[in-house]
Design a protein. Structure first.
Length: 489
């Protein structure tokens, strides 16, 4: 008989029909007359109840190495079974349908050493069993939401005329200039060729030069935008930062749109509209999973998601943000890290602005040049050496047209900017920073030949999932996290 997914069986009202459901046992309990098995196949957070009369049910197994035929009592939490039975209206509260079993086939038994027993497991224990944690209610909900957010991203950009653009994972350039990159090589690490200065010679390596895993597809994405008008990338990126925190991964996914002929105001409109679209998609398409996470993980989750849609994001120049933070300090608020003009804001500063001062998402603009990337467009200078930025805000020093979105619980969720399109200005910034342009010649060519105003942003996909699910650790929103000293599974 053709299998019926649990989600479809639960929604069906064709009572009396014969169905076949397959899945993994969440719970199995016995009463005097019948057994009750809660079955889940991953298609929904909800289980379907299978009612079993032990006296009437023949039980068989598949691939058993034992001569003994398994019995109903052998079907424990985690076991995989196939059930044929009659779909009936359920008398139990909270479920419309259940299955009265006529036969059960055991596809895979599960012993008492199964690590994901019904009793609650800590997230740390589940991370150590990442190959099994996906079968739990929590991680099933998170992964279904993760899928839906990926669908929302592709749908949004497709509907708005963007082209999905594939940028390389192996690169010879460092987009952010931070140097924290994983090297890619086929060289024998025990016998490296070196020159007279002791530097490694790569002429016998696969690519003939030093290459690494990408930290961002932005630079290549800019090439796509200056040819196709509007593109987006969506793929894995890699950072070799030794950051063992709840907010960092060594391997994560990035969404990076790049758009030609866009200014700072339009870029902020895009950021706000895009992220609201994703949140709205979650509320519209992930109701059962969000209800579960709202109950079990974060009781303010749904209200916080709805709050994002309720009002416009605040648009705040960095200089004004510093003034607010310094006023908070003067009023007695204590921060762990300093926040003078010119400091890169810490997560605690960002969250104060979002969660306590404005109580809504913030798009912070016009950051100091000192800690922003070379490719950002610089604001116009004033007579006193400062910068005129967004809405005429005058900052003490040079500022760049950054547009970072700050969210409650998360801090920065989007990092964006208008890109410098003028070749001379971009080269001036490159020279000021004493950057090596050996591997950037192709990028600089876009400013030499037919340059245009353009901008874009990067969204850390896992940070979006953190916000939408209410989870507290970024390792719990990706199936197999890669972190320092951890590359299992």
């Amino acid at each position: 008989m053709k299998r019926t997914k649990v989600i479809d069986a639960l929604q069906s009202t064709n009572y009396g029909q014969s169905v076949c459901v397959k899945g993994w046992v969440r719970t199995h309990r016995s009463s005097k007359a019948v057994d009750f098995v809660a079955l889940n196949d991953g298609s929904t957070i909800r289980n379907i109840q299978v009612v079993v009369d032990p006296a009437l049910i023949p039980t068989s197994s598949v691939g058993s190495t034992s001569d003994a035929t398994p019995s109903l009592k052998d079907i424990t939490t985690g076991s995989c079974i196939a059930v044929i039975g009659t779909l009936v209206e359920s008398p139990a509260a909270g479920q419309a349908s259940e299955v009265q079993a006529t036969s059960i086939e055991i596809l895979g038994l599960c012993g008492s050493d199964y690590p994901m027993q019904k009793k609650g497991q800590s997230f740390e224990v589940m991370r150590k069993n990442a190959h099994m944690r996906l079968r739990t209610n929590t991680f099933g909900a998170v992964m279904r939401i993760r899928h839906n957010m990926a669908m929302a991203i592709h749908t949004y950009f497709h509907e708005h005329g963007y082209f999905y653009f594939h940028t390389p994972l192996i690169t010879a350039s460092d987009c952010e200039g931070a140097g924290n990159m994983f090297q890619v090589t086929t060289k024998n690490l025990y016998d490296l060729k070196k020159d007279e200065q002791g530097k490694i010679i790569y002429d016998d390596d696969f690519f003939g030069e030093q290459t690494s895993l990408t930290v961002s597809g932005q630079l290549e994405g800019e090439l796509g935008a200056t040819a196709l008008g509007a593109i987006y990338t969506f793929g894995p990126t890699f950072r070799a930062e030794n950051s063992n925190t709840p907010r960092h991964l060594a391997e994560f996914w990035m969404v990076e749109p790049e758009v030609a002929f866009i200014d700072q105001e339009e870029l902020m409109d895009l950021e706000e509209d895009f992220i609201k679209y994703c949140v709205r998609w979650a509320l519209d398409n992930c109701h059962d999973d969000l209800e579960f996470l709202n109950k079990m993980i974060d009781k303010t989750l749904i209200a916080r998601l709805e709050g994002v849609l309720a009002d416009s994001f605040v648009r705040l120049p960095y200089t004004e943000g510093i003034r607010i933070l310094q006023q908070a300090i003067a009023d007695g608020h204590q921060f762990e890290f300093p926040c003078q003009w010119g400091d890169d804001l810490a997560s605690e500063h960002e969250r104060y602005l979002v969660e306590e001062h404005f109580k809504k998402p913030v798009i912070m603009t016009d950051y100091p040049r000192s800690f922003k990337s070379f490719y950002m467009k610089q604001n116009s200078e004033t007579a006193d050496g400062g910068s005129v930025g967004y809405r005429g805000a005058i900052a003490p020093g040079p500022t760049m047209q950054g547009t970072d979105v700050l969210f409650p619980q998360i801090g920065e969720i989007i990092g964006g900017s208008v890109r410098e399109e003028d070749y001379d200005k971009l080269m001036g910034e490159v020279e000021r920073r004493q950057m090596d342009t050996t591997h950037l010649w192709w990028y600089l060519d876009t400013r030499r030949w037919g340059s245009c105003p353009h901008g874009g942003f990067g969204l850390g996909f896992e940070r979006l999932i953190l916000f939408v699910t209410g989870m507290q650790n970024i390792r719990d929103v990706i199936p197999f996290p890669r972190t320092p000293k951890n590359a299992e599974f």
